[in-house]
Design a protein around this ligand. Structure first.
Ligand SMILES: [Fe+2]
Length: 507
């Protein structure tokens, strides 16, 4: 059977030394282990074996018991004087010649095995030895990482750029995963007073090129997963990577770490990594809170603008894809955005809220990127499951925009634009008092535009019917004041449409 390269390369990380004064036995044990993918060193003289272990690193020793000039137990006794780590498997000729149990315990011999023509038991013992060595390595890596983090705490109180702290954290965690590539994407607390919607990106390995590379890698599914991990404060595991949310001691999700997963047994590493990340989150949080971080001199500030721009481009591209997915909804998000903007102005809401509403309108259906085309264009009545799938676009959209801080204010609008005042909407069944004015506006104009457009399953309703349905829904589904203002605005619908076209042209 062909062995996979991956398995062999993992096994060849471990160095095995075989000590037996019988060259024939050495040869056969070596060839059995080599066939399994292990690298071996053969030694016939037990005294020489002690010297080799003194000067060279080995993970595991297979040691004959009855040898001259000294027996295996004496070899172990000598080795244990300077090396307590080496995993030792003692080989005995016959059961009655095995050293007593107390000797085995005293010398910390991990196992023993009778010589035999069949090697099944021998291979199993080697495998279990390698497994325990690998676990010990993981724990060692973790404890090294923890020590580094603890050592880095004093540095956090110095004027160290946040970029260096983040980079150090990434470097410390990668050995846990046998990996080279990782990034941190997180909110920038240091700039809280300037703009709370900034994000910081720091990558190492293939992500060290910075933001541009990162955005290229970032598909909508990845964005959704990052947002999902942040919102639900759960880590997400893929075949080749893991996303771990950074949650500070107040339970707030402040960003994520994404790390690729390398080869080898990293299951233990992943568990330890989660613990590591919670420590990292507190360290970062502290760094920001103490505001002693020399952010101004940091290249990260420069890359922030780029991140924002590239992310915005990506989201905009997604929006256009969503609009294009369904010929019936083409231009829908632009119209919803414009209608919402007009309502907001008429209600004399602040510039900040108006801008939020405008952007919310543009991106309210972005989660449909994850809904299948077949479902979006289905002519027949949807089954309950299919309807549930359609409803998911609210949560998906919220996750996609939760990945970076710049959309923080928009996320609730995206998630709740199908809620109804009477609590019968989705996805959360929120009641009136929990639904913001921004969301109420999007909800009314979204419904209006949907009624005014042809659908796969029905023709458009016509202006008067649409206006009547808004009126009928006021107070139960829709906010009455929003409906009133919107009906006023669309009194002369032809004029309103001309204004819309002009707005879209100028955009
Ligand atoms: Fe929607």
């Amino acid at each position: 059977m062909r062995r996979s390269k991956r398995v062999d390369s993992v096994k060849s990380e471990y160095k095995i030394i075989i000590v037996d004064d019988d060259q024939g036995i050495l040869d056969s044990l070596s060839s059995v282990l080599n066939r399994q993918g292990y690298l071996t060193t053969q030694i016939t003289n037990p005294l020489e074996a002690i010297e080799r272990v003194k000067n060279e690193h080995f993970d595991l020793m297979v040691l004959d018991y009855l040898m001259s000039p000294i027996h295996g137990d004496t070899v172990v006794e000598e080795i244990r004087k300077f090396n307590s780590e080496l995993y030792i498997l003692l080989l005995t000729g016959y059961k009655d010649l095995a050293p007593p149990l107390e000797t085995i315990r005293k010398l910390a011999i991990q196992g023993y095995c009778e010589k035999s023509d069949r090697f099944d038991q021998f291979i199993l013992l080697i495998e279990s030895g390698i497994k325990s060595i690998s676990q010990r390595r993981t724990i060692q890596k973790f404890s090294d990482g923890l020590t580094k983090i603890l050592q880095s705490v004093p540095n956090i109180y110095q004027l160290q750029p946040i970029g260096s702290i983040l980079e150090q954290i990434l470097r410390d965690l990668l050995p846990l995963l046998n990996s080279q590539n990782a990034f941190i994407l997180m909110d920038n607390y240091a700039e809280l007073s300037v703009d709370s919607n900034q994000s910081i990106f720091k990558g190492i390995g293939k992500y060290s090129d910075g933001v541009s590379h990162f955005i290229d890698y970032l598909g909508h599914e990845m964005m959704e997963q990052i947002g999902n991990a942040r919102v639900n404060k759960n880590s997400l595991r893929f075949s080749d990577g893991i996303i771990i949310p950074l949650v500070n001691e107040y339970g707030n999700s402040i960003g994520v770490i994404f790390a690729e997963i390398g080869q080898g047994d990293i299951e233990g590493g992943v568990k330890l990594l989660k613990l590591y990340c919670s420590i990292a989150a507190s360290s970062i949080n502290n760094a920001f809170l103490h505001s002693l971080v020399n952010e101004k001199n940091d290249e990260l500030s420069k890359t922030y603008g780029m991140l924002r721009e590239r992310y915005m481009d990506t989201i905009e591209a997604l929006r256009l894809v969503v609009d294009a997915k369904d010929i019936y909804t083409r231009g829908h998000s632009d119209r919803v955005s414009y209608y919402a903007l007009r309502v907001s102005e008429k209600l004399e809401l602040s510039d900040m809220i108006t801008e939020k509403i405008r952007i919310g309108g543009l991106f309210h259906d972005i989660g449909k990127i994850g809904t299948s085309d077949d479902l979006l264009s289905k002519k027949e009545k949807l089954t309950n499951n299919e309807y549930d799938e359609i409803k998911m676009h609210t949560i998906r959209g919220a996750h996609i925009l939760s990945a970076v801080a710049m959309f923080n204010d928009i996320v609730p609008i995206i998630r709740s634009h199908h809620e109804r005042l009477d609590g019968t909407g989705y996805p959360d069944g929120l009641k009136a008092e929990k639904i913001s004015m921004e969301t109420r506006i999007i909800s009314v104009v979204d419904a209006f535009d949907a009624m005014m457009s042809d659908r796969q399953y029905r023709e458009k309703l016509g202006l008067e019917t649409a206006r009547k349905q808004l009126k009928d829904g006021a107070g139960t589904q829709f906010d009455s004041s929003v409906v009133e203002v919107f009906l006023e605005l669309t009194q002369d619908f032809d004029k309103f449409t001309v204004e819309l076209d002009k707005y879209l042209e100028e955009k």
